[in-house]
Design a binder for this molecule. Structure first.
Ligand code: NAP
Ligand code: MG
Length: 401
C-alpha cells in the first residue's frame, strides 16, 4: 500500500510523562504505517525546555506562524515539586501560556461524543464547543484588602495628562477591592476567532455576558461582538445558514441546558474557565475533550484538553501496565492532519483523519476501551484494554476506502 502524501510539515510539539509515551505509540502504530508523515519536530518535554532555557517553546510557536498548523502533546507546567524532580534552572511559565501569547487567539474545546458514554444532560445530542477568551478580566487583576474605613476610587491617568476618577464606594472596613481590565483589540480578535471557527465548523455562535449590570465593561464585549459580526461575518453566516445569538449569560446557561448541542458557546475568561469544566465533565470525561487554539491570523494548534496523566506515568515507570485513554491525543493529530489536508488541498489526508477518528469511536462503541471509560460507560461488560492494546485495537478498525 502506498502511503498518503503530505506537502507542508506539521509543527510537532512533543511533551511529557504518560502523554509522551502515548504520543510515540500513536505515531508508530496509527500514523507512520499510513502516512508519509512530515513534521518539524520540537521537543517541549521539560528536560529539553530546561536545556534551552525554554527557547524551544518560543521556536515552536514561531514555527507555527511559519507553517500554520501545529499539534501539541500535553506538557508539564512546572511547580515547586517539578523544580527538584527535573533539576530546573527556573520555574518556566506554562508552555500553553507562552504559545498563546505569541499566536494570540482563542481556545476552543469540544467533547468527542460516542455511544455508550452518555452526557449527564439527556438532551445533549451533539457536542457543545466552548470558546474561552483567554485575556484579562479577573486573571490579570489587582486586589486589595483594607482594614481601615475610607473611600475607594477607580482612577485613570491618561498619557495626555488627563485624570478620571470615579468613586466606587465609601467602605466601612474591613473589606476587599478589585480592579480589572480588558482591551478592545483583544475582544475584537476573540470575536473574530469565534465567528471564523463557526464558519469553519459550520456551527452557530452563542455569546452571553452580564451587560445589564456591567453596562460599560460587559456592554463593550456585546458591542464589539455585534459590530464585528455585522461588518465582517453577517453575509457569510447568512449564506451558510448560520446564526449569531447574543443574550444575558444567565439566559444562555438556561438555554444551554435545554439545547441539543451543536453550537459554539463563546465565554468571557472566567465564565469559560468555569463552564468548560462543567461542560466537559457533563459530557463524560476530560480524556475525551479536544482543544484547539485558533489565532485570528489563521494559525491552528491542536491538543488534548487533559494534562500529562502523571499518576499513570509513575505506574508505567514502575513497570506496571497502564490503561490511559489516548483518544483526545489521537484527535489532536487528526484535527491537525485534516486542517493541513484542507489547506494543502489533499483530500486523501482529510479522509485519513476521518477514518482514524471513526476507528477510535467505533472501537469504544464496540465495547473495547480504557479503564476511565469502562468506569462510566452504559455499555454492558466493557472490555478494559491497556494503553497499547487500545491503540492496536483502533489500528485494526481503520478502514481506508
Ligand atoms: P491530568 O494529567 O489531566 O490528570 C488528572 C487525572 O485525570 C489523572 O490522574 C487521571 O485520573 C485522569 N485523566 C486525565 N487524562 C486521562 C487520560 N487520558 N486517560 C485516563 N485518565 C485520565 O491533570 P494533572 O494530574 O492535574 O496534571 C498533570 C500534569 O499535566 C501537570 O504537570 C500539569 O502541569 C500538566 N497539564 C498540562 C496541560 C496541557 O499541556 N495542556 C493541561 C493540564 C495539565 P486517575 O489518576 O484517577 O486515573
Ligand atoms: Mg477551570
Amino acid at each position: 500500500m502506498s502511503k498518503i502524501e503530505m506537502k507542508t510539515p506539521l509543527v510537532e510539539m512533543d511533551g511529557d510523562e504518560m502523554t509522551r509515551i502515548l504520543w510515540q505509540m500513536i505515531k508508530e502504530e496509527l500514523l507512520l504505517p499510513f502516512i508519509d508523515l512530515k513534521t518539524e519536530y520540537y521537543d517541549l518535554g521539560l528536560a529539553y525546555r530546561n536545556e534551552t532555557n525554554d527557547q524551544v517553546t518560543i521556536d515552536a510557536a514561531e514555527a507555527t506562524k511559519k507553517y500554520g498548523v501545529a499539534v501539541k502533546c500535553a506538557t508539564i507546567t512546572p511547580n515547586k515539586a517539578r523544580m527538584s524532580e527535573y533539576d530546573l534552572k527556573e520555574m518556566y511559565k506554562s508552555p500553553n501560556g507562552t504559545i498563546r501569547a505569541i499566536l494570540d487567539g482563542t481556545v476552543f474545546r469540544a467533547p468527542i461524543v460516542v455511544k455508550g458514554i452518555e452526557p449527564c444532560v439527556r438532551n445533549w445530542k451533539k457536542p457543545i464547543t466552548l470558546a474561552r477568551h483567554a485575556y484579562g478580566d479577573v486573571y490579570k487583576n489587582t486586589e486589595m484588602y483594607v482594614d481601615t474605613p475610607g473611600d475607594a476610587y477607580l482612577v485613570f491617568k491618561g498619557e495626555d495628562g488627563s485624570v478620571r476618577e470615579e468613586k466606587i464606594q465609601h467602605m466601612a472596613a474591613p473589606g476587599v477591592l478589585q480592579g480589572m481590565h480588558n482591551m478592545d483589540a483583544s475582544i475584537r480578535s476573540f470575536a473574530r476567532s469565534c465567528f471564523s471557527y463557526g464558519l469553519d465548523t459550520h456551527q452557530d455562535v452563542w455569546f452571553g455576558s452580564k451587560d445589564t449590570i456591567s453596562k460599560t465593561y460587559d456592554g463593550r464585549f456585546k458591542e464589539i461582538f455585534q459590530q464585528v459580526f455585522e461588518e465582517e461575518y453577517k453575509e457569510e453566516f447568512n449564506e451558510a445558514g448560520l446564526t449569531y445569538f447574543y443574550s444575558l449569560i444567565d439566559d444562555i446557561v438556561a438555554r444551554v441546558m435545554k439545547a441539543e448541542g451543536g453550537f459554539i458557546w463563546a465565554c468571557k475568561n472566567y465564565d469559560g474557565d468555569v463552564m468548560s469544566d462543567m461542560v466537559s465533565s457533563a459530557f463524560g470525561s476530560l480524556a475525551m475533550m479536544t482543544s484547539v487554539l485558533v489565532s485570528p491570523h489563521g494559525y491552528y494548534e491542536y491538543e488534548a484538553a487533559h494534562g500529562t496523566v502523571q499518576r499513570h506515568y509513575y505506574k508505567h515507570l514502575a513497570g506496571e501496565e497502564t490503561s490511559t485513554n489516548s483518544v483526545a491525543t489521537i484527535f489532536a493529530w487528526t484535527g491537525a492532519l485534516r486542517k493541513r489536508g484542507e489547506l494543502d488541498a489533499l483530500p486523501k489526508l482529510c479522509a485519513f483523519a476521518e477514518a482514524l477518528e471513526a476507528a477510535a469511536v467505533s472501537t469504544i462503541e464496540s465495547g473495547r476501551m480504557t479503564k476511565d471509560l469502562a468506569l462510566i460507560t452504559s455499555l454492558a461488560e466493557p472490555e478494559v484494554l491497556s494503553s497499547r492494546e487500545f491503540i492496536l485495537a483502533v489500528k485494526e478498525n481503520i478502514r481506508l476506502s
